[in-house]
Write a protein that binds this ligand. Structure first.
Ligand SMILES: [Zn+2]
Length: 488
């Protein structure tokens, strides 16, 4: 009897995960061969990319083509796209469609391609690119990001794409900033412009969505992988702006995210080591903490700790992540590279684990901007501390990379195994801001919620219908199953 029982146990285990064992074996064979590893990881389902800036995700070639199509010019000295008319040192952007020398010089200037640190640091070259392609409207190119993500078996992207410069910042500056945030917020709300500026952000999403759907032909092919890929938008506060302008940006962003379900959260951008960012950091976190109280349902992720020793003085490394977590109540942290330089890092890591604050890990970006890679990167430390982590691209166009590259780095540098890669992909949906409840009982991913104990049951179908996040997660499991079956 015992023997029969043992046999049944073995048989049922084999029935549960035959393809999984084959995949583990295949993965062990190829993990040290970068080319085979790439081919494997390119096809592997990767869930979502949660840290992705629209303009930084577009490749230089796309900007150059758009500049040519729209009759813009290229400043051949500054190597930047500039508005028409072309005069002095600028030439018709069409030239870069035929002249390889000009084209190559432009691509190098608009990205990290061929970058050699010298008088200019990687950090400075990286951030300088944004002004050089700023004359082209990035809103037209969500389709490029969606297509690239779908080609790599991703199913979800959160795109940082809206920002509060221009009129929103100007309204803030003209309104001023009282010591009591509530007083300033009342003044902003009473301004005739506030509601229309908030609505204007939704109109920008309308435009991006219309362009995306048209470029991907989603009306005629709604089930293509790129059209099935879910895109949501994240609003960006420009942290290098004046205090009053930043406050108006924060409140506008939270109001827009509360009103429009396509805008799923708020973030802060621009270099964290900038003079205003460093000086106003504490106040900016207090502003966000206030906005969180007014709009408790709006999600928040914050670039924090994208710093390194030497970039700023040592005391500048001691508090950004902690304040993002404890004062602003961020649900996710972008980068978190300097965590061990924070005051009492052990307690901070424990707090992040207990509060389930996920860290968006951007390995390529941290390498090219901060020069932080390998054993100097805290990716393994976060994992050891039980803090949820996920892999994301940050600026794949400027970095000339993609999400597959991030997975490759995780395997080749940090020896992450296949089962752990799956959990990284699962984290990218579990900790996403996609609306609705999770498919999983817990972020350990051992069992689905009760409604989905039987996946094909009516209660599960109803549950998935109601919860977009669960739907994406169930779809990821289907993709894993299909991927694993295809491996021999
Ligand atoms: Zn970023």
């Amino acid at each position: 009897m015992k023997k029969i029982l043992a046999l049944l146990v073995v048989l049922s285990a084999a029935a549960q995960a035959p393809s999984s064992n084959v995949v583990e074996r295949r993965f062990a064979e190829i993990r040290k061969n970068p080319l085979e590893l790439h081919a494997f990881l390119y096809r592997m389902p990767k869930g979502g990319d949660l840290h992705n800036h629209l303009s930084g995700a577009i490749y230089a070639e796309t900007f150059l083509k758009a500049a040519a199509d729209k009759g813009l010019c290229l400043d051949t000295k500054a190597l930047a796209i500039v508005p028409a008319p072309c005069s002095g040192g600028s030439v018709d952007a069409k030239q870069a469609q035929t002249d390889n020398d000009l084209r190559n010089a432009m691509i190098d200037a608009l990205s990290m391609r061929n970058f050699v640190p010298g008088r200019e640091s990687g950090h400075d070259h990286f951030f300088a690119t944004f002004a050089k392609f700023g004359a082209v409207n990035s809103n037209d190119f969500v389709s490029e990001i969606a297509q690239r993500a779908a080609d790599q078996n991703e199913s979800y992207v959160e795109l940082m794409s809206l920002s509060g410069g221009g009129a929103i910042n100007a309204l803030g500056v003209s309104t001023g900033l009282d010591t009591d945030f509530a007083v300033t917020y009342r003044k902003l709300e009473q301004s005739p412009n506030f509601a229309s500026l908030v609505k204007g952000l939704s109109t920008r999403v309308d435009d991006m969505e219309q362009m995306r759907r048209a470029a991907l032909r989603c009306d005629s092919a709604p089930n293509s992988p790129a059209c099935r890929l879910q895109v949501h938008y994240v609003y960006q506060v420009l942290r290098e702006f004046p205090k009053a302008g930043v406050f108006a940006q924060v409140m506008c962003g939270f109001a827009a995210a509360a009103a429009d379900p396509r805008i799923v959260g708020v973030n802060f951008v621009q270099p964290e080591d900038g003079v205003t960012s460093m000086r106003d950091y504490h106040l900016q976190m207090q502003m966000v903490g206030y906005a969180r109280k007014i709009y408790p349902k709006v999600h928040l992720t914050l670039h924090a700790g994208e710093l390194a020793l030497g970039l700023v003085p040592p005391d500048g490394l001691t508090f950004h992540i902690r304040e993002a977590v404890e004062i602003a109540h961020a649900e996710r942290i972008g980068h978190g590279v300097d965590v061990t330089y924070e005051t009492n890092p052990e307690a901070l890591l424990k707090a992040m684990r207990d509060r389930k604050v996920a860290v968006e890990i951007n390995l390529t970006s941290n390498d090219v901007i901060l020069g932080i890679a390998g054993a100097d990167h805290p990716f393994p430390l976060y994992r050891k501390a039980g803090v949820p982590v996920l892999l994301s691209t940050d600026d794949e166009g400027v970095s000339r990379a993609d999400l597959t590259r991030e997975y490759e780095r995780a395997v080749s540098t940090y020896h992450v195994g296949y089962a752990e890669l799956k959990d990284l992909a699962r984290n990218s949906l579990e900790f996403s801001f996609a609306p609705g409840a999770s498919f999983w009982e817990s972020a350990k991913y051992q069992a689905p919620v009760k409604a989905c104990a039987a996946r094909q049951s009516a209660p599960c179908k109803e549950y998935l219908e109601k919860n977009e996040k669960a739907r994406l997660q169930a779809d990821l499991e289907d993709r894993f199953e299909a991927f694993e079956k295809s491996i021999h």
